[in-house]
Ligand binder design. Structure first.
Ligand code: SAH
Length: 238
């Protein structure tokens, strides 16, 4: 497939997102700009604009376009924000965030994925406002805190305390929370230090592993950190 047909496929994807209810024109424009086919392995490029998650190696996936759009829209980016992402993966979500905010900090646990994502983002010209680090994202990026927005692109058993602490007052955090194999997508906002949350939709993400994520082989007691209990939460309108 040539660049022309990828561009046509991308336009079709954007129309589909619109039909699915994505309304933020800036988000739709960003999804129309970023060449998603360059973020997936070559042999499945022809599937890049289908509304489906795709494998990116190391047992990980690039999220389906609708979920990327929904999470990004939920963040309500205006262009001046400092954003933290957990789970760089292919770097696609990071590229979308780069289009819509001032500066993006993204953490990836698998060194090889981080390396590939960094190279891609540099080649595509996003180098100016994106920073990728290898590590356990559940600990956040304390040297760069606070963040106006935080996006978690893997499932979590609860919101890690360090992330909540690193979220700016008035900031928002979007994350899939639940079990290892299925979660619910929530939008949290910090109002006078207290959490408020709004339900988005059920979802299925690969798990975030780590100190405040799901346990790995070497860390059997992961997933225990919760900065607030559900009774502390005030439900939002949605
Ligand atoms: N946002 C990505 C999709 C990410 S899939 C994209 O646009 O392609 C989730 C990613 O989270 C995987 O790459 C996985 O390796 C990574 N991950 C899992 N646990 C992590 C942790 N504790 N810190 C950072 N990344 C983690």
């Amino acid at each position: 497939m040539g660049e022309e047909s990828f561009a046509a496929e991308r336009r079709r994807m954007v129309e589909e997102l619109r039909r699915f209810g994505i309304r933020d024109e800036r988000v739709l424009a960003a999804m129309g700009n970023v060449p998603r086919h360059l973020f997936v392995p070559e042999h499945i490029r022809h599937l890049a604009y289908e509304d489906t998650p795709l494998p990116i190696g190391h047992g990980q996936t690039i999220s389906q376009p609708y979920i990327v759009a929904l999470m990004t829209q939920a963040l309500g980016l205006k262009g001046e924000e400092k954003v933290l992402e957990l789970g760089t993966g292919s770097g696609y979500q990071a590229a979308i965030l780069c289009e819509l905010s001032r500066e993006v900090f993204s953490i990836e646990r698998v060194p090889d994925l981080a390396k590939t994502a960094r190279r891609r983002l540099t080649e595509l010209g996003y180098r100016r406002n994106v920073h990728i680090r290898v590590g356990d994202g559940t600990l956040g990026w304390p040297e760069e805190a606070p963040f106006d927005r935080i996006i978690v692109t893997g499932g979590l058993p609860g919101i890690p305390e360090p992330l909540w602490e690193q979220l700016a007052e008035g900031g928002a955090l979007v994350a899939p929370v639940g079990g290892r194999y299925d979660q619910y997508l929530w939008l949290y906002s910090k109002e006078r230090g207290r959490p408020r949350r709004q339900a988005l939709c059920p979802c299925t993400f690969v798990p975030i592993l780590g100190a405040h994520g799901f346990p790995t082989e070497g860390n059997r007691k992961g997933g225990l950190s919760r900065p607030f209990d559900s009774q502390d939460l005030r439900e939002g309108d949605g």
